[in-house]
Design a protein around this ligand. Structure first.
Ligand code: PMP
Length: 322
């Protein structure tokens, strides 16, 4: 679907997958007006196809668009467009346990114009691809590098928006993490380099002395849909979760005291990912003996159970496609 100033969003259409061409002066190539989402469709055990909380992705796409001065798209339209597309292509939603159809909606600036101002033309595009389960053989704890120099996103900058530029800026630190045998980076806040933000493409949770904590949404942390689902589930189970500032010093102290019980990341790709160790200032802090914790396992089974239809969808998180 395209947007033209004065005309609004128009011409929704479904076309065969293939390359798209744009003028070399298209503003996306120069000024980075690009926002995106990541979500999944699942084939439930009863054979129906379900999307997981797609209205949340549509809302976040709107918030990200607003931040980049991109005209927003009606939330219901986005959900309906994705439902239609998935319904047409349901053959691509794998039946294998844990597998899913990954869906990537995005908006880019297409006007051919060199000059820094919002584009007058955009395209909204949705592409999809089947993906295997993130964890084929059960959860597997990962090593994480706590990044002290680079910042992912800045409050007042593009902060919590899901914009392409935030990911471009994260690649350098991601490469460094790999060199240290770490799967991802744990970002600290950009200003004090003290408070934890998130892990690569996941939000982060800790269990410290029996209390579950997660960094409060600071304005530069992505408002993860898995994060909000996990907070909801934990509270529903009667397990309190505190959203507050969590400093790296607190984590180091809890590790030294032996009260750091579990750590895990949360996101659409992996659902939950146990953290086996944190590398900070050259010291590797092992968590839970490098093993998957009980709580993370329970959360994983519950969310994947809801997604595959083996556990009740008691919060109405699934949207079915025809
Ligand atoms: N933080 C970042 C930076 C991410 O890219 C993602 C993945 N979208 C997340 C957190 C987790 O968000 P969600 O649970 O909505 O996938």
């Amino acid at each position: 679907m395209d947007y033209t100033e004065g005309r609004g969003w128009h011409d929704p259409r479904i076309v065969p997958y293939g390359p798209i061409s744009h003028d070399p002066a298209a503003m996306i190539f120069h000024y980075g007006q690009a926002v995106f989402e990541g979500m999944k469709a699942f084939r439930t055990v009863s054979g129906e196809i379900a999307l997981f909380r797609p209205e949340q992705n549509a809302k976040r796409l709107q918030r990200s668009s607003e931040r980049l001065s991109i005209p927003t798209i009606d939330e219901a339209f986005v959900v309906e467009a994705i439902r239609t597309l998935v319904s047409l292509d349901k053959i691509w939603v794998p039946a294998k346990k844990g597998s899913s159809l990954y869906i990537r909606p995005f908006v880019i600036a297409t006007e051919a114009m060199l000059g820094v101002r919002p584009s007058a033309q955009y395209s909204f595009i949705v592409i999809m691809s089947p993906v295997d389960a993130y964890y084929e053989e059960g959860l597997h704890p990962v090593n994480i590098l706590v990044e002290s120099y680079y910042a992912r996103a800045v409050l007042g900058g593009t902060g919590n928006a899901k914009v392409a530029g935030n990911y471009a800026g994260s690649l350098k630190a991601q490469t460094l993490a790999k060199e240290h045998d770490c799967a991802q980076v744990l970002w600290l806040d950009a200003i004090e380099k003290k408070y934890l933000e998130e892990v690569g493409s996941m939000n982060v949770f800790f269990k410290i002395g029996g209390e579950v904590v997660t960094p409060s949404l600071s304005g530069s942390i992505l408002d993860g849909i898995t994060r909000s689902s996990i907070i909801h589930l934990l509270r529903n189970w009667g397990i309190p979760v505190t959203e507050r500032k969590v400093s790296i010093d607190e984590i180091v102290q809890a590790h030294a005291d032996g009260t750091l019980e579990e750590a895990y990341g949360t996101g659409t790709a992996a659902v939950v990912s146990p953290i086996g160790s944190l590398l900070w200032n050259g010291n590797r802090m092992e968590i839970n003996g490098g093993q998957t914790g009980e709580l993370v396992e329970r959360l994983y089974l519950e969310i994947t159970g809801i997604q595959e239809g083996t556990r009740p969808d008691q919060f109405g998180w699934l949207t079915y496609c025809e």
